[in-house]
Design a protein around this ligand. Structure first.
Ligand code: UDP
Ligand code: MG
Length: 219
């Protein structure tokens, strides 16, 4: 769906208006992969060298859960602990607000890494409903990593992360949710030729070398 939009634009010289609206329109890379695949770590490294703003859906939800007066605290808390996916209305509003605030502060910051979203069909529908035509999804950066490695990394992270979901009980559920709900979303984008797969089971620097190769080629 997004590919078609690009194809039309690139076949001829775009008008000034098209070029301006293209510049201003948020350019999005979805960053997906299992829990502990290294999405957050790699996004932090990307931000150091490339002109992207990193928005972690999970971090936004955790901040909203901690926000005094938030009506969604309870549902967010329960979903995170149970490895379930928060209803998209909550997540998409947080993402939209974060994107708007970033672009309001600096209009040149229109390139976003959206980390840990969309995680299921509901997320994807919410994104399409709210953002279709307003943002371009360039591609999905997929950190591919075996479940065992993912679990071990999260257990290790749990020793210091303070996260309520970096424990065996939550992790089992998170892996299930990932396999049942998120993998089909990645496969959907794959069908549209939109997935850039990185072997994420290696060291941070080895993985980042591959990430760089993708970004240097496609921005
Ligand atoms: N989550 C969600 N929707 C999102 C992103 C995260 O519901 O779009 C919830 C979900 O319960 C998930 C948890 O937040 O298990 C932690 O997500 P995060 O991306 O921080 O975990 P990671 O995959 O990076 O380990
Ligand atoms: Mg993360």
């Amino acid at each position: 769906m997004f590919g078609r939009l690009f194809a039309n634009v690139s076949q001829r010289v775009p008008s000034l208006l098209e070029r301006v609206s293209q510049i201003m329109k948020p350019q999005v890379v979805f960053v997906l992969g299992g829990p502990g695949a290294g999405k957050g770590t790699q996004c932090s490294k990307i931000v150091e060298s490339y002109n992207y703003t990193h928005l972690s859906a999970g971090d936004l939800l955790r901040a909203e859960r901690a926000r005094e007066g938030s009506e969604d605290r309870h549902v967010i808390e329960t979903c995170i602990k149970e490895g379930k996916i928060v209803p998209v209305d909550i997540t998409i509003n947080l993402l939209r607000k974060a994107m708007e605030e970033t672009m309001q502060q600096d209009e040149k910051k229109f390139r976003f890494l959206i980390d840990g979203f969309p995680r299921n069909e509901d997320n994807l529908q919410g994104w399409t409903r709210v953002m279709d035509g307003k943002a371009d999804v360039k591609f999905v950066l997929f950190f591919d990593c075996g479940n065992e490695v993912c679990i071990n990394r999260c257990i290790e992270r749990g020793k210091s992360s303070g996260r309520i979901d970096d424990n065996w009980e939550s992790l089992e559920k998170r892996i299930q949710t990932y396999l049942q709900s998120t993998r089909p979303i990645i496969e959907l984008y794959e069908k549209h030729g939109k997935v850039r797969t990185i072997d994420a089971s290696r060291s941070v620097d080895e993985v980042f070398a591959d990430v760089k190769a993708v970004l240097d080629k496609e921005g």
